[in-house]
Design a protein around this ligand. Structure first.
Ligand SMILES: [Zn+2]
Length: 219
């Protein structure tokens, strides 16, 4: 797909089309628009818009390409136009995710990446692209496919993340749940919805992963 524009690459995938449909539907309802501007364009904007500054020519090699970076920003925009986006002052999250909205954007972009690569890739593990002076951090497909069991020990459990997503953005959540089985390869939203009752009652803890079948004692 080399020379294709990132937006066209996004629209060529089911996860991407779901996100674009969400933005289209809510732009109509809220009269708020998402504007993607080249980052050399610095004229200030007026009005209710979510502005994404994007460098079309930037060669983004970590975590899947410039379309993945744009997809991530579009997740933020889709929440901004609905006024459900919160930042680090509201919902901080540890393990270098920063806050709930970065955590969600990273997980959804990883789902998109799993469709694009058929699961055959390294995933983004947090909001740092690389530690200072270090190499790019990645997460294996095995780790990503088990993320719902909080294998990273994040202080906001993935169950809470998915419940908050479901509560605040049910339309996009449902579009992702309805995508075909195994395409995207790792659809954590569908996986969560299908086992939601179980997840909500499993008392998952970092020390007691749900997949062991064990239940932590009620505190
Ligand atoms: Zn972000």
């Amino acid at each position: 797909m080399g020379r294709e524009m990132p937006g066209a690459v996004i629209a060529a995938h089911g996860v991407g089309r779901a996100l674009l449909a969400e933005i289209r539907n809510w732009s109509r309802q809220t009269h708020r628009h998402v504007k993607i501007v080249p980052d050399y364009y610095d004229k200030p904007y007026e009005g209710k818009r979510a502005i994404i500054r994007f460098s079309p020519g930037l060669k983004w090699t970590s975590h899947g390409g410039s379309d993945v970076a744009l997809f991530h920003e579009l997740v933020h925009a889709s929440r901004s136009i609905r006024s459900v986006r919160l930042d680090v002052r509201d919902v901080p999250v540890d393990q270098d995710y920063g806050d709930q909205d970065e955590y969600l954007a990273i997980v959804l972009a990883n789902i998109y990446l799993s469709e694009k690569t058929k699961g055959n890739t390294k995933f983004r593990p947090n909001h740092l692209s690389a530690p200072p002076g270090g190499t790019v951090l990645t997460m294996s497909s095995d780790e990503f496919s088990n993320l719902l069991y909080n294998t990273q020990g994040v202080d906001m459990s993935p169950v809470r993340l998915m419940e908050n997503f479901r509560l605040t953005q049910r339309s996009l959540y449902d579009l992702l749940v309805r995508l075909p089985k195994d395409n995207p390869k790792f659809n954590l939203v569908k996986q969560y919805e299908e086992r939601r009752e179980w997840f909500l009652h499993a008392w998952c803890r970092p020390s007691v992963p749900c997949d062991t079948g064990a239940r932590a004692a009620v505190p």
